[in-house]
Design a protein around this ligand. Structure first.
Ligand code: GLU
Length: 324
């Protein structure tokens, strides 16, 4: 069984060049994240916090932006309006290869996309009202489901899974596209029966849903899931750990991807070097900044979930540390 933890994809080595920025001059960079009650937003916050601590030495000043999520971040990096962002490993892969969703196919391979490192696992998480009797992903047929806002990795992966299960959104009573932060309120107000998303654990939003009303995690397994996990290198099976959220004492089987940190060749090697050095020189501090980082290991972060070439500035640091 291929588990999320065992996913290892050989890193490609970046071959292109980026312009170096002069150390000494102030450099302002922005990280695209996700909704404020997700894990991307605190991930960007943790990275920026460590970068900003050393800003007098390296001159990089970092800020975070709450965004629609993975696909928005990748597209906005591509458009040159964001320097770095957090993105699901499946959409990193598809953006680099020009595959997976029509807009990425139409745009063609994003060859300037660069991986920096991967972060926490993101299991597919379906949270349902207790009175909805949804126990398995297949029970979503005929229900009111939030499938993810436009621009989220969540919505893009929903489309892949739901199609693989032989469905279209017409098989739902409602395919809602609220942004993630609005979903616990909608669930507990009985406006939707369930919400779907990919997120690290523990997530503030999942806590909010399970403490505000009675809500359960739903199993995401079966033949369609087995096929997807077998076919694509970036998927792995995992569980939503029992006991993490109120009213959910047992492990719930699911599958997922990794969160990754990405940039493009537009962002200079010196900037990315300063960012990765800030994180990995202070790795024990970094791991304490969010409970989803507790199990992270440096060498996994530079090999697992990486399908675009590593950024030149990241390679420089990883070589210095003897990791490559
Ligand atoms: N994986 C989600 C997405 O790209 C975002 C999760 C989060 O905000 O932590 O849609």
């Amino acid at each position: 069984m291929k588990t999320l933890r065992s996913i290892a994809i050989a890193s490609l080595v970046a071959t292109s060049f980026t312009a170096g920025s002069a150390i000494g001059a102030q450099q302002f960079v922005t990280i695209g994240t996700g909704g404020v009650t997700g894990v991307y937003y605190p991930t960007g916050g943790a990275i920026c916090r460590l970068v900003n601590k050393g800003r007098k030495t390296h001159g990089v000043r970092c800020s975070v932006e709450s965004t629609g999520g993975s696909v928005y971040n990748i597209n906005t990096i591509r458009g040159g309006e964001l320097d770095m962002g957090v993105a699901q490993s499946d959409w990193q892969f598809h953006a680099y290869n020009g595959s997976g969703k029509q807009a990425f196919i139409d745009a063609g391979p994003f060859k300037e996309l660069r991986a920096v490192f991967s972060v926490h696992p993101e299991p597919i998480s379906i949270v349902a009202r207790k009175d909805s009797n949804i126990k398995h992903v297949s029970d979503l047929v005929g229900k009111r489901v939030n499938i993810g806002n436009a621009g989220s990795g969540t919505e893009a992966t929903w489309n892949v899974l739901w199609k693989a299960m032989g469905h279209t959104n017409k098989d739902l009573k409602l395919a809602a596209q609220m942004k993630s932060s609005e979903t616990p309120g909608a669930l507990c107000d009985n406006k939707i029966d369930a919400f779907f998303w990919l997120v690290g654990n523990p997530a503030a939003l999942n806590k909010e849903a399970t403490t505000t009303c009675e809500a359960n995690f739903v199993a995401v397994d079966g033949p369609a899931v087995d096929k997807l996990v077998k076919k694509f290198p970036f998927y792995g099976t995992t569980v939503i750990p029992g006991g993490m959220y109120r009213g959910n004492p047992d492990d719930v089987p699911t599958f997922g991807v990794l969160a990754t940190f990405v940039a493009s060749t537009n962002t200079s090697a010196d900037t990315i070097y300063a960012v990765v050095k800030s994180v990995f020189d202070n790795f024990e501090d970094f791991k304490k900044l969010h409970p989803a980082f507790g199990h992270l290991a440096e060498k996994d972060m530079i090999s697992k979930g990486i399908s675009a070439p590593l950024h030149e500035g990241a390679i420089r640091y990883y070589k210095e540390r003897g990791w490559m």
